[in-house]
Design a protein around this ligand. Structure first.
Ligand code: UDP
Ligand code: MG
Length: 334
């Protein structure tokens, strides 16, 4: 919750001297089959980092044993901290919660299904040392993902690139490294509809890419259902572009043009072919449906924006927390 976060932020400021240098933020939703292997690979990477590291797991309302496994990992290894959201808030919010609680000078965000290879973090850190504040991972290949996932993703990122106000790099997800200064800005952004890869691009600073091949998921099913993916895609578009709004103006102008053309045609037929069936009901029906469609599409587009304004105005906290462990000693005995 927002208030709690500021409280924690202040706490961390005070205790900055013993804060870890690296934070690894990983959202988890029903990943019981992957967690142990994830921990194994991450801890191998942590051992190769040049400073203290914390692993922040965010349980996004999992219904399987994920939370219990997190508790066990935390018992075993104090570097593992976890947050448990009170329900499933979605990937972007889970990452946001993790970023709010992170303390490291360097923060890495990655998926919990091992599609993002943890070993790449070492390359990212190398770039960070070279003076970059944001190092994002860019996919060169999506192995074993069907064309029905690859093709829409391929098209979407290219369309978004054309329409968005900021330059969102193509084929990048949320797998990235961010310097503390970027995380602070991100944490200070109040918006509820969070499209993190877009916000990250908006923030600026020196950014660079490291290329990687996306591995197949380690185990379990995809947690981003078609509906969730569609919502994320829509969010990206609406949050970073006003072109769809302009689209309804163009649609309206186009409809006006077509209706004038039709009026001319009907007049022509009336004068020269008075018995043509085209002047009858058909053409009226077409016109009605056409105009109806244009209006509904326009209202729909408008609705997307108005709905988001409503979300923002309500000003609810981004998430609710049910359990926190590992950040301060007092938290652990709940
Ligand atoms: N995830 C989450 N909440 C959700 C959906 C997904 O925290 O509502 C997590 C999931 O556990 C995984 C990451 O987000 O760590 C990416 O999900 P997934 O692998 O299903 O998505 P994709 O690989 O298609 O991007
Ligand atoms: Mg995945």
């Amino acid at each position: 919750m927002l208030q709690k976060n500021t409280f924690y932020a202040r706490q961390t400021e005070n205790a900055m001297s013993d804060a870890p240098k690296y934070s690894l933020v990983i959202p988890i939703y029903n990943e019981e089959e992957t967690l142990v292997e994830l921990y194994r690979r991450i801890s191998a990477v942590m051992a190769r980092l040049d400073g203290q590291a914390e692993l922040i797991l965010i349980n996004d309302g999992s219904r399987d044993r994920s939370l219990e496994i997190m508790r066990e990992l935390h018992e075993k290894d104090q570097r593992v901290c976890y947050l448990s959201l009170a329900r499933n808030f979605g990937h972007q919010i889970a990452v946001t919660a993790g970023l709010n609680f992170s303390r490291g000078q360097v923060v890495v965000v990655m998926d919990g299904d091992l599609q993002d290879p943890p070993e790449l973090v070492l390359d990212m850190v190398e770039q960070w040392r070279g003076g970059y504040q944001v190092v994002y991972a860019q996919r060169t290949q999506r192995r074993k993902e069907g064309w029905f996932k690859r093709l829409p993703a391929y098209m979407y990122y290219r369309i978004l690139r054309h329409l968005a106000d900021v330059d969102i790099p193509i084929d990048t997800g949320d797998f990235c490294l961010m310097d503390r200064c970027v995380v602070e800005v991100l944490n200070a952004m109040p918006e509820r509809n969070r499209y993190i890869r877009g916000l990250r691009a908006w923030i600026g600073f020196k950014q660079t890419a490291v290329k990687f091949e996306r591995d197949p998921r380690f185990a379990g099913d995809v947690k981003y259902t078609f509906r969730k993916s569609l919502r994320l895609a829509m969010n990206g578009l609406v949050s970073f572009s006003k072109v769809p709004l302009r689209l309804s103006i163009y649609l309206g102008l186009f409809a006006a043009f077509v209706s004038i053309a039709m009026a001319c045609l009907v007049l022509y037929w009336r004068l020269f072919y008075p018995h043509s069936p085209l002047t009858g009901l058909t053409i009226v029906m077409i016109a009605i449906f056409f105009l109806g469609a244009v209006q509904l599409v326009s209202i729909g587009i408008l609705g997307q924006y108005v709905g988001r304004i409503y979300e923002e105005v309500k000003g609810r906290p981004l998430y609710t927390l049910a359990e926190v462990a590992g950040f301060r000693p007092e938290d652990d005995d709940r």
